[in-house]
Design a protein around this ligand. Structure first.
Ligand SMILES: O=C(O)[C@H](O)[C@@H](O)[C@H](O)[C@H](O)COP(=O)(O)O
Length: 257
């Protein structure tokens, strides 16, 4: 008897550019298909360097009526000035939101009461189903800002305020988003894992050698908050895009193209 294929099977590409292009082609195809049968598509974007090539290619995709696409993002720092380029809303505006005529780009704009901001964003998300999530995986295995080991795979909340762990904060320095660890905020607002996994379809884009260990664990460790990305294996429709650098050694030989 043939064993069941793994629930989360990586598609492997030679480099991050070909990975980004392939992921964007798949996201674009999904958007076209949904827009042919739905009035609106609602999607969530990650704001992260790992997503850059995919977003750049998606901006060029043909035949998508962006005026019927509503965009959300999955997390935002607290305690940064509104104009800080590191704010995810600002990063996404320059990477994609300002380039396309979205029906609406719903930005997380933290006010004086972050709990209230989280509740308001949860309400905006809940106005309809989420069709598509484009996300990455952190070096520490996080999804959005759900860091191990406190991430709650059965979180009753949709959006919440979290403390960021030091591995997560260090990743932001390694990614050259901040000059030093002291500059990285300690708090953020994030969509929870159940909220992310409530989407119909997830595209998980994870290039780079720094992610090889996180990808390997996502595929092989028991599903638990110790490595939140393992939760992707509980969803029926996630595609994981890796490159030669992030591919687990066991799968690198199965390159897609
Ligand atoms: O992007 C976000 O909105 C999330 O906070 C985060 O989950 C991110 O997708 C990963 O940490 C990958 O990030 P890098 O691209 O920086 O490696």
């Amino acid at each position: 008897m043939t064993p069941d294929p793994p629930a989360l099977r990586p598609r492997t590409f030679p480099d991050r550019t070909s990975l980004g292009r392939a992921a964007a082609a798949d996201v674009a195809a999904e958007l076209r298909e949904r827009l042919a049968r739905q009035d609106r598509v609602r999607m969530v974007f990650a704001a992260a360097p790992s997503q850059q090539e995919m977003l750049t290619a998606l901006r060029e995709a043909d035949g998508i009526d962006w005026t019927r696409v509503e965009a959300f993002h999955m997390d935002e720092y607290l305690d940064l000035p509104a104009e800080a380029p590191q704010r995810f809303a600002n990063w996404l505006r320059s990477a994609i939101f300002d380039h396309l005529p979205f029906a609406g780009a719903h930005l997380i704009q933290p006010g004086p009461d972050p709990e209230r901001t989280a509740q308001d964003y949860a309400a905006a998300l809940a106005a309809g189903p989420i069709d598509i999530v484009c996300l990455g995986i952190g070096q520490n295995g996080h999804l959005a800002f759900n860091d191990p080991p406190v991430a709650d795979l059965e979180d009753p909340l949709d959006v919440k305020v979290v403390e960021l762990d030091d591995v997560c904060r260090r990743q932001q320095v390694d990614d050259e988003c901040f000059d030093s660890l002291d500059d990285v905020p300690h708090r953020a607002i994030t969509l929870t894992i159940p909220r992310l996994l409530a989407a119909d379809r997830l595209f998980c884009v994870v290039p780079g050698a720094a992610k090889r260990d996180a990808v390997e664990k996502a595929l092989t460790e028991p599903v638990s908050a110790r490595h939140p990305a393992t939760a992707l294996r509980t969803h029926p429709d996630v595609t994981l895009y890796v490159d030669a650098d992030s591919a687990p050694r066991s799968t690198a030989a199965e390159a897609d193209r």
